[in-house]
Design a protein. Structure first.
Length: 235
């Protein structure tokens, strides 16, 4: 049975993205399966989808790739947690750095972190849409107030993109997407493709998002950070 796969990116550029698109196209285009979706997720949600070489009817599958690097497949038709660190603890750590002779500090905060009142911080866009963001400015203002230091905010969303993908990036991208097209051919939907033990595997989306993967406060990464004098804002 002929299938139609809509191919789109969602979330921005990332290393190996061209390899992703190539693998899906090469594996699926000989079957007449692939349509290119314009304008990312917004193009997919339009009826009919905003597609390159559109045809009558809908899509059988949408294949999405985002910059966080995981592969999602959905048949067409965890709460991001955390809260702001104790700002006074961060401010005290910055003061200690100053007294030790250092005149700068780097503070990192995730965009989905909640403010001290427990509310998510959002950016308001034209047209009324909202997205996570702005918590960096909230934290910077609080630090400046407590320390008197000049603070500057940099949002990494676009700054961290780009660069040449490695051979490993290209290989994994190609392996994931060949496997994903084969899942479509087998009629297996709502799966996430993953890399485990040097093998490409697939798991149900429900399992992949069933629980958040939290930082282990007793793990090696946190112990190493504390050993290097990095403040995690918790005392």
């Amino acid at each position: 049975m002929t299938k139609r796969i809509g191919l789109l990116t969602s979330g921005g550029d990332c290393g190996g993205l061209n390899a992703v698109i190539r693998a899906v196209a090469v594996r699926g285009v000989s079957h007449g399966w692939v349509l290119g979706i314009r304008n990312g997720s917004m193009g997919l949600l339009r009826q009919p989808p905003d597609a390159e070489k559109p045809r009558s009817g809908g899509l059988d599958a949408a294949m999405m790739r985002d910059r966080r690097g995981y592969r999602r497949r959905r048949r067409c038709r965890a709460d991001p947690g955390g809260s702001l660190p104790r700002v006074e603890v961060v401010a005290a750590h910055i003061d200690r750095l100053r007294r030790g002779g250092r005149n700068f500090a780097l503070v990192v905060v995730a965009e989905s972190v909640r403010d001290p009142a427990g509310d998510y911080v959002h950016c308001q866009h034209a047209g009324g849409q909202k997205s996570y963001g702005g918590v960096g400015a909230t934290l910077a203002e609080a630090i400046a107030h407590l320390t008197g230091a000049e603070t500057r905010v940099t949002v990494l969303g676009h700054l961290q993109r780009g660069g040449q993908p490695t051979a490993g990036d290209r290989f994994v991208a190609s392996a994931f997407d060949v496997y994903a097209v084969d899942l479509v051919a087998a009629g297996r939907f709502d799966r996430m493709v993953a890399w485990q033990n040097r093998l490409v595997v697939d798991v149900p989306l429900a399992v992949a998002i069933a629980m958040p993967h939290c930082v282990d406060l007793d793990g090696a990464l946190v112990r190493t950070a504390r050993g290097l004098g990095i403040c995690l804002g918790d005392g």
